[in-house]
Design a protein around this ligand. Structure first.
Ligand SMILES: *Cc1c(COP(=O)(O)O)cnc(C)c1O
Length: 367
């Protein structure tokens, strides 16, 4: 059986004519930088998520960087985040000269634990970056309560969670900023890199828009130090086509997740939960299991793709050793790092494939 973690080509086949036309239209328009598709996508995403502004940029990583630049975060500042995430979250903090401060996570949803945030706040804390990991929203009520009490902006890393919901609001619209990634394998993926920053504050929207384009509003007048991080017009055209299908694709992922959980019911693994009030969009379907590495080897032998997100937490990464963290500092993060395993998850996943995958997991635990 042919299996993949994500099946981008099957998805492309299902929308090929629309995509090909959209790409050719941009090429034939001659408007390659900040063409009309970029603005159209920004408006549609803002409308779709229910926020006032959206600014395209070159990647999810840049979205995080630009959001922090718009808040003037730099040397001497601290930014609170999670260590149980993709490196981009902390990398951008460090790149700007600020210090990542890691707070432990909750077992229930793998997200930052609001009860542990307050102890990490100092007078240098300039932002809190929760990550909606695997597509399950972080506990925003608790996070916003602490942030508001201390007057600290919240930047939601929404890279894995476009379309996810939290008590009737969309992930990425609750904090000061939301940062979306259009990396090809994300729930709304381009055919290259892309990202978007969402916000409700007009002056932060204006500033972000200037930063992504060399700090300039008017050509050759630069009132901010910026970067070159515009969303590519061809990618915007592709995303405009794909955005129409996002809800359906997220729904397919949810159905596939429910099927996995049913198929794994009598197997000694912990299946992911959707906590009350949340709308999980299953960027990943991540189980927790005993003998994780042995299970991984078993799946490898059977040619079943799977992944460990993430095998080393950020506080124990070599590049961040200078921060002075060591093993034992974030016990929940470290425990879950040894237990998680993500199974293939994408909107095109079939029941037959899931049966095959879960049979292999079952076989491992029955032996
Ligand atoms: C993918 C991802 C990013 C970075 O997005 P890119 O578009 O690849 O730069 C940031 N944070 C998280 C949690 C991600 O999963």
């Amino acid at each position: 059986m042919k299996l993949q973690m994500v099946d981008l080509l099957t998805q492309y086949d299902s929308i090929k004519d629309e995509i090909d036309t959209a790409v050719l239209n941009v090429i034939r328009s001659g408007q390659y930088i900040l063409g009309k598709e970029v603005k159209e996508l920004e408006e549609k995403i803002a409308h779709n998520l229910g926020c006032k502004y959206a600014v395209g940029c070159a990647s999810g990583t840049d979205a995080l960087q630009v959001a922090m630049m718009a808040l003037d975060i730099g040397p001497g500042d601290e930014v609170i985040t999670t260590s149980f995430t993709f490196v981009a979250t902390a990398e951008t903090i460090a790149l700007l000269g600020a210090k990542p401060v890691y707070v432990d996570i909750r077992e229930a949803d793998f997200n930052i634990d609001p009860e542990k945030i307050e102890a990490a706040i100092t007078d240098k804390t300039k932002a809190i970056i929760p990550v909606h990991l695997y597509g399950h929203p972080a506990p925003m009520d608790g996070i916003m309560a602490i942030a508001n009490k201390h007057n600290i902006p919240v930047i939601e890393d929404t890279a894995q969670a476009i379309g996810a919901g939290y008590n009737g609001e969309k992930a990425g619209t609750i904090g000061t900023f939301g940062c979306i990634s259009f990396f090809p394998s994300k729930n709304l993926g381009a055919y290259g890199d892309g990202g978007m920053i969402t916000m409700n504050d007009e002056s932060l929207a204006t500033k972000s828009r200037m930063i992504v384009n060399h700090g300039s509003r008017e050509r050759y007048k630069h009132s901010e130090i910026g970067v070159n991080s515009r969303l590519d017009t061809i990618q915007a055209a592709i995303l405009l086509v794909k955005l129409k299908y996002l809800d359906m694709w997220n729904d397919n992922r949810r159905k596939a997740a429910a099927r996995y959980s049913e198929l794994l019911r009598d197997i000694p693994v912990t299946t992911p939960e959707e906590l009350r009030g949340n709308y999980h969009i299953y960027h990943q379907y991540t189980i927790r299991c005993k003998k994780r590495d042995e299970l991984s080897n078993h799946l490898k032998e059977k040619n079943i793709p799977h992944a460990i997100y993430y095998p080393i937490p950020l506080h124990l990464q070599e590049a961040y050793a200078y921060l002075g963290y060591s093993n034992g500092d974030l016990p929940v993060t470290e425990k879950l790092t040894d237990e998680v395993l993500s199974l293939p998850m994408h909107p095109e996943l079939t029941e037959e494939q899931q049966q095959y995958i879960t049979d292999a997991v079952k076989e491992f635990y029955n032996n």
